[in-house]
Design a protein around this ligand. Structure first.
Ligand SMILES: NC(=O)c1ccc[n+]([C@@H]2O[C@H](COP(=O)([O-])OP(=O)(O)OC[C@H]3O[C@@H](n4cnc5c(N)ncnc54)[C@H](OP(=O)(O)O)[C@@H]3O)[C@@H](O)[C@H]2O)c1
Length: 382
C-alpha cells in the first residue's frame, strides 16, 4: 500500500512530491526503548519521507496490560505524540480508547518493531511477509539459527536479490536486530556489510556498562576516596541508574555472553554451525576485590569484563569464546572503556584492527538503531 503525502516544511516543499511507502507498524512493548523510537519516528518524519520514501503508521501497540489496535485499514494510525505522552504520564495501553483484549495477529501488519515477543510469534511472522526489528536479545539466544533461516535477512548482494525476489512474491519478511548488541554501535552491520571477503581473526569487547560502574565504584567508592565492597558498589550503580533491581545477569557475565553469542553467530559464523551459550566460558565480576583493583591500578592497569572470540579460520573447532574480567593497561582501548561506554575491537586478515566505541546513557542510540534497521528493510534512498 502506498500513498502520496504532501510535505509541509519549507525545506520539504521544495523537493518533488514522491510516492511514499506506508509501513503499517506494530510496536510491541512501550518501554524506554520503544518510546524513544516513536519520538525519533515523529521527529524525523519529514527526513524519512524525503530521503527514504517511507512513512511509519502505528496501527497496534502493546504493553503488559494488553493491546490497542487502530487496524490495518485505518488511514492514519495512532497519533505518536499522544501515544508517548499517554504512556509517559502514567497511562497504560488498556486506558486507550481503542484497547482490545486479545493478541496481535502478526499477519495483519507489515512490520513489527518490538521488544517483547516470544519466538513462536517470530517464526509465524517473517515467512508471512512481516518484517521484524528487534532490540530484545531473548529470541536470538533461544533460536538464532532457525530465525535467520526463516527470515530473508540478506548478508550479500546476491542473497539480497533472492530476498528481494521472495519479498516481491509476498513470501518473506526480514529480521534485523542491530540494536541487540552494544546499543547504537553498528557492529553487526559493519561485520555483515563492510568486511567483504575479510576473515575476522579475533574480537574483544566491553559490552556491559553496569559492570563498568560497579568495578569503578569498588575502586573509588562514591566520593573517589576509598575502595568499597562488591555489594556496596552495586548499590552505587543502582543509585546512578546503571544497575537494575537484580543486576545478576550483568555481574555474572551472562548479558555480555548473550551479546558475544549474537555477534559471533551473525558476523563470524553467519548462521552456520552457530555456537550456543555452553560454548562460551563465562566468569562474572563478583570475585573481584577492591584490593585486586588497587594492585592492578598501581601497575597502570584497570580491570574490565571482557568478551573475547579467538577465531581459527582454518579449523573452527579451535575457536575459543570467553567472558571474564581481564586486567588491561589503563590507556589501552579496552582499558579505557568506562561508565556508560561500550566498545569492541575487530581483528581481521585484511581490514587491520578496527576500534569502535560508543557512549550511550539514555537508550536513544538503541532506538535509533531500530529505526536504522527498519529503514534498511523498507527505505529506498532518493
Ligand atoms: N534500555 C536499553 O538501553 C536497551 C538497550 C538495548 C536493548 N534493550 C532491550 O530492549 C528491550 C526493552 O528494553 P526497555 O528498556 O525498553 O524495557 P522497559 O522499559 O522495561 O519496557 C518494557 C516494555 O514491555 C512491556 N511488556 C512487558 N511484558 C510484556 C508482555 N508480556 N507483552 C507486551 N508488553 C510487555 C512493558 O509494559 P508496561 O509498560 O506495562 O510495564 C514495557 O512497556 C529489552 O529486551 C532490553 O533488553 C534495552
Amino acid at each position: 500500500m502506498s500513498t502520496i503525502v504532501t510535505a509541509t516544511t519549507t525545506k520539504v516543499q521544495t523537493i518533488k512530491t514522491r510516492k511514499l511507502k506506508v509501513i503499517k507498524t506494530a510496536i510491541l512493548g512501550m518501554g524506554s526503548v520503544n518510546r524513544n523510537l516513536l519520538k525519533i519516528i515523529a521527529d524525523k518524519k519529514e527526513r524519512l519521507a524525503e530521503e527514504y520514501g517511507i512513512v511509519f503508521e502505528i496501527i497496534a501497540v502493546t504493553d503488559s496490560t494488553g493491546i490497542a489496535i487502530k487496524g490495518y485499514d485505518n488511514d492514519s494510525g495512532f497519533d505518536i505524540t499522544e501515544l508517548v505522552n499517554h504512556k509517559e504520564n502514567g497511562g497504560s495501553v488498556s486506558n486507550l480508547s481503542s484497547f482490545e483484549i486479545g493478541s496481535f495477529d502478526s499477519k495483519e501488519a507489515v512490520i513489527s518493531i518490538l521488544n517483547h515477543l516470544d519466538v513462536d510469534l517470530l517464526f509465524e511472522a517473517t515467512p508471512c511477509c512481516v518484517s521484524v526489528v528487534l532490540a530484545n536479545k531473548g529470541p536470538l539466544i533461544q533460536a538464532i539459527d532457525e530465525l535467520l533461516e526463516s527470515s530473508a535477512s540478506p548478508s550479500s548482494s546476491e542473497e539480497e536479490k533472492v530476498g528481494q525476489a521472495r519479498r516481491n512474491q509476498g513470501r518473506a519478511g526480514r529480521l534485523e536486530y542491530s540494536a541487540t548488541v552494544c546499543g547504537g554501535l553498528p557492529i553487526l552491520n559493519i561485520g555483515k556489510r563492510d568486511m567483504i571477503v575479510g576473515n575476522i581473526t579475533k574480537i574483544q569487547g566491553v559490552f556491559n556498562a553496569t559492570s563498568n560502574f560497579i568495578i569503578d565504584a569498588m575502586a573509588n567508592g562514591s566520593d573517589g576516596s576509598k575502595g568499597i565492597t562488591f555489594q556496596e558498589a552495586i548499590q552505587i550503580a543502582k543509585d546512578v541508574g546503571a544497575a537494575e533491581a537484580d543486576p545478576s545477569l550483568d555481574t555474572d557475565g551472562w548479558d555480555t555472553a548473550f551479546k558475544l553469542l549474537i555477534i559471533v553467530n551473525t558476523i563470524i559464523l553467519k548462521g552456520t554451525n552457530s555456537i550456543k551459550l555452553s560454548d562460551i566460558t563465562v566468569e562474572g565480576i563478583d570475585s573481584i576485590t577492591p584490593e585486586m583493583i588497587q594492585i592492578e591500578a598501581e601497575r597502570g592497569n584497570s580491570i574490565k569484563l571482557v568478551a573475547t572470540a579467538d577465531i581459527d579460520n582454518e579449523d573452527e573447532n579451535n575457536n575459543k569464546y570467553s567472558v571474564r574480567p581481564i586486567s588491561q593497561p589503563i590507556n589501552s582501548f579496552l582499558g579505557s572503556i568506562n561508565g556508560w561506554e561500550m566498545g569492541i575491537e575487530i581483528h581481521s586478515d585484511i581490514y587491520g584492527i578496527s576500534y569502535h566505541k560508543l557512549y550511550e546513557k539514555e537508550p536513544i542510540p538503541t532506538a535509533a538503531s531500530m529505526l536504522r534497521d527498519a529503514v534498511h528493510i523498507f527505505g529506498s534512498p532518493q
